[in-house]
Ligand binder design. Structure first.
Ligand code: DGL
Length: 266
């Protein structure tokens, strides 16, 4: 069976990789963390497209039979480029569409839906556009420091709490029926975000919805092929062997993980 390739700038996409691994226990997963270039949220669309294309080429070279863009910044700025490289044979799943579909299944049209994410995600306007097309009033806000703080290990503590208060403390999402966590790093501080919101605001985390989309897309057999990957089923590639990714991944899985460096051409 061909492996599933998943990428993000850093550890955020691990929240998606975990959901995919749960839904596809038989599959190998190759996770690529672009640690040399994070944070993506502060990059231009052109740079995000360049990095995403290079990673996609790497994953295709490794024989991946599906690509999951486990990063909202890349999904909303580089999906077209990733799909073009992957061609018709290799399905590509983004994280934005499944989150919006999940909202559509849970929230009545006409309601207000909030979304927080990186600058690159929010300024691409893609979430807002998809939400409007489905009849929601979108209220979007960039919360740029959150992903970097989480990447640095500052989650579920005073630093993340102070940042959440600075971004959400004015109560501007209180009228919303749902708030989309529009960055794959944010599920790691979901409980703290929850504490700043009234109970009626549903928190939408796309990780599970992404795994479901992948399931719909792949059916049973489309990953059959001649690329065999032996256990361990989860392989980690990083563009720069950084201590912060190693520590972040170890914290995430509760045990050290083996990282392989794979430089991306600039
Ligand atoms: N986790 C990513 C996202 O969903 C990117 C965070 C970053 O590198 O800025 O947007």
């Amino acid at each position: 069976m061909k492996p599933i390739g998943i990428f993000d700038s850093g550890i955020g996409g691990l929240t998606v990789a975990r959901a995919v691994a749960k839904s596809f226990p038989e599959h190998s997963i190759v996770y690529f963390g672009d640690t040399a270039h994070l944070p993506y949220g502060e990059k231009s669309a052109a740079l995000i497209q360049r990095y995403s294309s290079r990673i996609t080429s790497e994953l295709l070279e490794l024989g991946c039979g599906a690509i999951v863009v486990a990063c909202n910044s890349a999904s909303s700025n580089a999906l077209h480029q990733v799909k073009e490289l992957a061609g018709d044979e290799v399905p590509v799943i983004d994280v934005v569409t499944p989150a919006v579909e999940k909202v559509t299944s849970l929230v009545q049209s006409g309601c207000q839906v909030g979304v927080i994410g990186t600058r690159a995600t929010i300024s691409s306007n893609w979430y807002q556009q998809l939400l409007h097309e489905r009849g929601f009033n979108a209220h979007a806000k960039a919360t740029p420091l959150l992903a970097s703080a989480i990447e640095e290990g500052f989650h579920n503590g005073q630093v993340s709490s102070a940042l959440i208060e600075a971004y959400l403390g004015q109560g501007e999402f209180e009228e919303c029926n749902a708030l989309i966590l529009g960055c794959t790093h944010y599920p790691l501080i979901a409980e703290q975000i929850r504490a700043f919101l009234p109970d009626h605001v549903m928190l939408i985390d796309s990780a599970k919805a992404v795994a479901e989309s992948l399931m719909n897309e792949l059916g049973n057999e489309s990953l059959n092929g001649d690329v065999e990957m032996k256990p361990p089923n989860l392989q980690f590639l990083v563009s720069d062997l950084t201590q912060s990714f190693a520590l972040g991944a170890e914290r995430f899985f509760g045990a050290p993980v083996q990282l392989l460096e794979r430089k991306l051409q600039d």
